[in-house]
Design a binder for this molecule. Structure first.
Ligand code: GLU
Length: 478
């Protein structure tokens, strides 16, 4: 892409604050961000809030929060369209003055009737240019329309879809300024993209039909065209429009579910771009490799299972230092009085291979963070603790009391030695110890658990489980 190296790459993400950031929008934002970072350019953010009824501050806040979470940092301050009506009006004045736009007094009903007529004649429904030569001025209820050039075709080379060409006759004299004075989407986008010097307009292909219209506005304003790229929609596994029923959520929900931002970025990029058969990319690798080529022109299907798989991979590869602060909010939700940061840090490597999300990791970590007296013992686990198992717990307790080295390896040896001495199966001892240490039938490696929780806590748990067993037995006897 030689032209990209010649002029500065400036991309922009332009969400409308009418909802939270969803994965389709997030992927567009990621592509724009990657392009800008790859070429050392700029990534701008524009909030398209001209729809005064549907735009809400809470959605702007939520979109910005999701972008921050995804680490899609933007350059400069976000631009709010609502604050730029003067700019749109200046541009309208220019077009009116140079004959590229005109005032139109046709009411919505009259325009609808024209469309109806065209339909009845088997033509494409369009405004018929009624006011184009009437030389009208402003007035109540009047809109401003583009005097669209009567050319044959509007063509452009799309970064994603290749060469595209549209019949100009399908593009009527579109409204640029509504009767209430607000700019239409196509007009404000073009004015802003010119003013912000955007070099690459990358967006969802739901906008591909707007692009020839926007090109006409660029021409009327005498501005150079940016490079356009239209990214196919993300679909559900059934190839239908993506929705909640396919397991798709807002970005903010994935954060709450305990996904890693790096993983969501990786997964979403791969939904519309590829590099060999590689699935897992770090952010730095994506910035290195994403040069605007190899974006897929056909829609990809969203697969929640694969997203979890990608997340688990990233979770495994992250450092404990990076994960610990991200894990804390999830631990806080689990009602652990004062989790010991050193213990959290130590438990992370143990749980990395066993966890799919941060939330899942926090839940598995909970028994390790509670004090012995807070640890809940699952009924089904206690029910499986028998006299023999309890004897093993007591036996190992004795060994542990005098063990000098409390490292994982030393604890492993200690357990092994006990099993060998007694001539019993490790499985039997292991189950009893797992119940005693974790209150559950499943869990990570016992020696590692003991080395993480330390000698005092280990001994307290072993003692408490024996006491619970004794009291349970007496309950039964009673
Ligand atoms: N506000 C538009 C949207 O959210 C942006 C379209 C564009 O990028 O031009 O779909």
């Amino acid at each position: 892409m030689s032209d990209m190296t010649q002029k500065q790459v400036i991309t922009r993400f332009a969400p409308s604050p009418t909802g939270h950031l969803h994965i389709g929008g997030a992927r567009t934002a990621i592509f724009c961000w990657l392009m800008a970072r790859h070429y050392g350019g700029k990534f701008l953010l524009r909030i398209e809030d001209t729809d005064l009824e549907r735009s809400r501050q809470e959605f702007t806040d939520s979109i910005l929060a999701s972008m921050r979470w995804l680490k899609l940092d933007w350059d400069g301050e976000p631009v709010f369209q609502r604050a730029r009506f003067d700019l749109y009006n200046e541009n309208i004045e220019r077009l009116l003055a140079n004959g590229h736009a005109y005032w139109c007094k046709c009411s919505p009903e009259e325009v609808e009737a024209m469309r109806e007529k065209a339909r009845a004649e088997g033509k494409k429904p369009r405004y018929d240019g009624h006011c184009r030569h009437l030389n009208l001025g402003p007035g109540p209820g009047r809109v401003v329309r583009l005097a669209a050039p009567q050319e044959d075709r509007v063509a452009f080379a799309d970064m994603v879809k290749g060469n595209l060409s549209f019949e100009a006759s399908e593009l009527d004299d579109m409204v640029l300024r509504r009767a209430d004075g607000s700019p239409t989407y196509n007009f404000s986008v073009v004015v802003d993209d010119i003013a912000m010097q955007v070099s690459h307009v990358l967006r969802g292909d739901d906008h591909v039909n707007n692009t020839p219209r926007q090109i006409l506005i660029y021409r009327a304003l005498g501005a150079d065209l940016p490079v356009f790229g239209h990214v196919p929609m993300i679909l559900g596994a059934d190839r239908q429009k993506l929705s909640k029923r396919h397991g798709a959520k807002a970005v903010i929900e994935y954060e709450k579910d305990g996904l890693l931002a790096e993983a969501l970025v990786n997964y979403l990029v791969r939904l519309g771009w590829s590099r060999k058969d590689t699935e897992i990319f770090s952010r730095d690798e994506l910035v290195d490799f994403f040069n605007g080529e190899n974006m897929s022109g056909s829609p990809a299907a969203f697969d929640p299972e694969k997203l979890l798989w990608v997340n688990a991979k990233h979770l495994r590869e992250a450092t404990a230092e990076a994960l610990a602060p991200q894990l804390v909010p999830f631990i806080q939700e689990l009602d652990v009085a004062t989790p010991d940061p050193a213990r959290i840090r130590a438990a992370i490597p143990l749980l990395q291979p066993r966890s799919q999300t941060l939330k899942d990791m926090a839940a598995q970590m909970r028994p390790l963070l509670l004090s012995a007296k807070e640890l809940p013992y699952a009924e089904e686990a206690l029910a499986l603790l028998e006299q023999e198992g309890c004897g093993h717990i007591a036996g190992i307790q004795e060994k542990i009391e005098v063990l000098t080295d409390f490292s994982k390896d030393s604890l492993h040896q200690c357990l092994r030695a006990y099993v060998d001495e007694k001539g019993v199966k490790f499985k039997v001892v292991g189950q009893a110890m797992r119940i005693a240490l974790l209150g559950a039938l499943n869990g990570p490696d016992l020696a590692e658990v003991m080395s993480i929780i330390g000698r005092t806590d280990t001994l307290n748990r072993l003692k408490r489980s024996q006491a619970l067993f004794e009291s349970g037995k007496s309950n039964i006897i009673k």
